[in-house]
Design a protein around this ligand. Structure first.
Ligand code: ME8
Length: 509
């Protein structure tokens, strides 16, 4: 298995500010990247902004700015997501950067040299918000089938990509690489779409100029999606860099289900035409709605990640989004559910467990890690939950982007720890058997090592606090695999502080 990992978000259109959807995709990728790094993988996590196209040109005009001034300003709001939800991205690509324009040009030249580009006249419908072409038959009530936005009639000279030549090749590829499109239901949609027949794709525009110029024809700019998809390669220094392929073959493109066709059909076809090996996976997650309704500016029900993190905390929002809905399914964003996840899972189950145990150690064991001693069968039975298989099971879910299941694996152990504590009742041993009390607390502290490390990808701000309280700092999954004992007897501990506050429902009103 390769030691590399590469995870990407879609590059976002910087025509508004980031909303809960972009925060969601980015957090999911961040969790994967952090887990891969803790597992010792050489990891790249890429995000960025998609800055060309008619939509952005018009948005700039509306504000009286040049497109470049507009995207310079707006792209910063997406860079700010790094702080808003604590992202650990290694790079942030903007499609107006020279390194990207060079790669997009190289991609065009490869498609052209291989004979997959020709010139013709395009006549059909275009949806600017979707930056997508549609035939008459594809429209729903005369509007975009993807977003319901109005479409415009476009008639212009255009370059075409011979997408129609790739139907069978794509179907064969999906068959041979069952993991390429996930989840399964999305894969089936794509297969049905490809089987219904692919038409060649218009890939240039000549009625506006905010795009990457088509090589040797300055009347045309590239269709924004051809330019945008190439970002996943440009950030790796393709085609010049020595190691782009090492990362790209491990690429996992996480996207919303709205842009599946572009990533699972157009992109692999372009790569096949350019003779670039395909990424490992395209994973389409579901959509958030708000109280059962599609979020939209006009309805005024758009969930703002800044407001959510300021009210509830960054790690709390991250946890809720990845725990409450299985990745791949749609989700209904609910403050009540968010609060109950904070109170039940984070504050009660996890936070109180650490606080109770570590306070007892601080008060009754001279603030030092107690001795493990000779384990009883009950101790051993409990510790069996937290051996190397714990990490393996968790990681297997992360690799499949089953975030809610990875968290389930951790919370099963958290619950087992609470049960062990209730059974052993260390507080009642204080007087007659302080040694056994210390041992029970130490057994629990041993379990806190993997727990506090495995939650770190999800809770990057809180987990280090938990780790510091246990005295298990700066560790990796390789350390966990060494098995018990993970702590040193006699290590000095600080007075523990509560890490997760409870929320009262009224506070959210
Ligand atoms: O499509 N729930 O950019 P975009 C969940 N520039 N996720 C959501 C969401 C919701 N309600 N709304 C949006 C583009 N998203 C192109 C991509 S990639 C080469 C080019 C997320 O700004 C989801 O990941 O419209 C979706 O795919 C992405 O935001 C679209 O962002």
């Amino acid at each position: 298995m390769s030691n590399k990992a590469y995870i990407t978000t879609p590059i976002y259109y910087p025509s508004g500010k980031p909303h809960i959807g972009s925060a969601y995709t980015s957090v999911a990728c961040d969790v994967y990247a952090r887990a891969m790094r803790l597992d010792g993988r050489d990891t790249k996590f890429l995000t960025g902004t998609d800055e060309h196209g008619l939509k952005l040109q018009r948005a700039a005009e509306n504000e009286g700015l040049t497109p470049q001034q507009y995207v310079d300003k707006m792209s910063e709001q997406f860079r700010a997501l790094e702080d808003i939800v604590t992202l650990s991205n290694d790079d942030f690509i903007r499609t107006t950067e020279p390194r990207h324009e060079a790669a997009a040009t190289a991609m065009w030249n490869k498609l052209n040299d291989a004979g997959f580009i020709y010139k013709d006249t395009y006549a059909g419908w275009y949806s600017v918000p979707d930056e997508s072409y549609y035939t008459e038959e594809e429209l729903v009530d005369g509007k975009s089938p993807d977003s319901g936005h109005p479409v415009e009639w476009v008639e212009e000279e255009s370059y075409y990509f011979k997408l129609s030549a790739f139907g069978d090749k794509l179907l064969a590829y999906y068959e041979k690489h069952p993991e390429f499109i996930q989840p399964e239901s999305r894969k089936n949609e794509v297969i049905a779409f490809v089987k219904s027949g692919l038409r060649d794709l218009s890939i240039s525009r000549s009625t506006f100029n905010w795009g990457v110029p088509v090589p040797n024809d300055d009347k045309h700019v590239m269709y924004v999606w051809v330019d945008a998809l190439t970002n996943y390669l440009s950030a790796l220094g393709w085609p010049e860099s020595a190691d782009w392929a090492d990362y790209f073959q491990e690429a996992v493109h996480v996207i919303g289900k709205d842009i599946l066709k572009f990533h699972a059909i157009y992109w692999p076809a372009m790569l096949m035409a350019a003779e670039v090996p395909l990424p490992k996976q395209v994973y389409a997650h579901g959509f958030w709605v708000a109280d059962g309704q599609k979020m939209s500016k006009s309805k005024g029900n758009v969930i703002d990640p800044v407001e959510m993190t300021e009210t509830f905390g960054i790690d709390q929002l991250r946890y809720y989004m990845l725990r409450d809905v299985s990745f791949g399914q749609d989700g209904d964003f609910s403050k009540d559910r968010l609060i109950s996840r904070i109170n039940t899972d984070l504050s009660n189950d996890l936070g109180n467990l650490f606080q109770r145990v570590l306070s007892m150690v601080f008060k009754n064991c001279e603030g030092q890690t107690p001795d493990l001693g000779e384990l009883t069968s009950e101790d051993q039975e409990f510790l069996n939950h937290v051996g190397p298989e714990f990490v393996d099971e968790y990681l297997a879910h992360i690799e499949k982007l089953e975030f809610h299941k990875a968290l389930d694996v951790v919370w099963n152990v958290v619950r087992a720890a609470n049960k062990y504590m209730d059974n052993q009742q260390p507080w009642s041993l204080k007087k007659e058997n302080p040694e056994r009390m210390g041992q029970v607390l130490r057994v629990l502290m041993e379990a806190f090592c993997p727990i506090s490390l495995l939650v770190e990808p999800f809770l990057p701000n809180s987990a280090p606090k938990l780790q510091a309280q246990v005295g298990f700092k700066g560790k990796t999954f390789a350390d966990l695999r060494k098995g018990t004992p993970l702590l040193e007897t006699g290590a000095k501990l600080d007075k523990p502080e509560g890490v997760f506050m409870r929320y009262m429902k009224e506070e959210a009103a």
